[in-house]
Design a protein around this ligand. Structure first.
Ligand SMILES: NC(=O)c1ccc[n+]([C@@H]2O[C@H](COP(=O)([O-])OP(=O)(O)OC[C@H]3O[C@@H](n4cnc5c(N)ncnc54)[C@H](OP(=O)(O)O)[C@@H]3O)[C@@H](O)[C@H]2O)c1
Length: 224
């Protein structure tokens, strides 16, 4: 299940489109531009509302459709309630990072997720036919993402999980994790993403790679 060896990192300079310019969108944009990537941020209200972010982060801004078209890889960083409004055609065939988490008190009840009949990422995949989705950046607070990164090889280096069905997308995500200062732990297919959803033992808890492996393997569905 857990793949410790085959998801290697890849550090090519990329164009990264980001849908959502809140805590997640801004943190990923800041770290990605710092790592040399080109970023386009978007939100629901239009690029004119991101005017001051552009010089602050050194990124481009655009509509969600423009950011999806711009990205070699696209980060979905919106509330679950917004996933029905994403630019489906522009995301078809693209590597996509799913950072979305399910908070019923914010997002309303979603029966399939409440009954654990699916995972949040598979639920998102149902809205984005053809997108090559990897679940990543979900199980860390964005304040920590900006501060907890360490150089490769540091014994205290924190590891972050990912899950997905497309090996190439996972390799790209592992490269971003590494560039941001984190090890990668591959939890398996998209259907295994429940292992690091909200309420699971590793959710937003700093862990080394070995600790994360133990937490993911020991996770039990239904546990909160
Ligand atoms: N905050 C964290 O530490 C953290 C960590 C991991 C994962 N997450 C998850 O990541 C997602 C985003 O969290 P957040 O904290 O960044 O939320 P947030 O601060 O509330 O930001 C949400 C962003 O999504 C944008 N948005 C809404 N609908 C959109 C649409 N249709 N197209 C493009 N952009 C749209 C909003 O733009 P407008 O303001 O213009 O509507 C806003 O910029 C959530 O699912 C959250 O659970 C959060």
């Amino acid at each position: 299940m857990l793949n410790l060896s085959t998801t290697k990192s890849k550090v090519n300079i990329m164009k990264i489109g980001i849908l959502g310019a809140g805590f997640v969108g801004r943190a990923v944009a800041k770290l990605a531009t710092r790592a040399g990537h080109q970023v386009m941020l978007s939100n629901s209200r239009g690029p004119q509302t991101l005017f001051s972010l552009k010089p602050m982060l050194g990124c481009e801004t655009g509509t969600a459709a423009q950011a999806a078209t711009f990205g070699d890889i696209v980060v979905i960083a919106v509330p679950l309630t917004a996933i029905g409004q994403l630019p489906v055609a522009e995301l078809a065939g693209k590597p996509v990072i799913d950072a979305v988490n399910y908070y019923p008190e914010r997002d309303g009840q979603v029966p399939e997720l409440d009954q654990q009949a699916t995972t949040t990422s598979e639920y998102l995949a149902g809205f984005l036919p053809g997108a090559k989705i990897t679940k990543a950046f979900n199980a860390i607070r964005m304040t920590d993402l900006e501060t907890d990164g360490l150089p490769a090889g540091d014994p205290q280096r924190r590891a972050l999980p990912l899950a997905g069905d497309d090996a190439e997308t996972k390799t790209i995500v592992a490269g971003l994790y590494d560039a941001f200062g984190f090890d990668t732990l591959d939890a398996g297919t998209l259907s295994e993403g429940w292992r690091f959803e909200r309420g699971m033992p590793c959710y937003c808890v700093p862990m080394t790679r070995d600790e994360l492996k133990t937490a993911l393997e020991g996770a039990e569905r239904g546990e909160l």
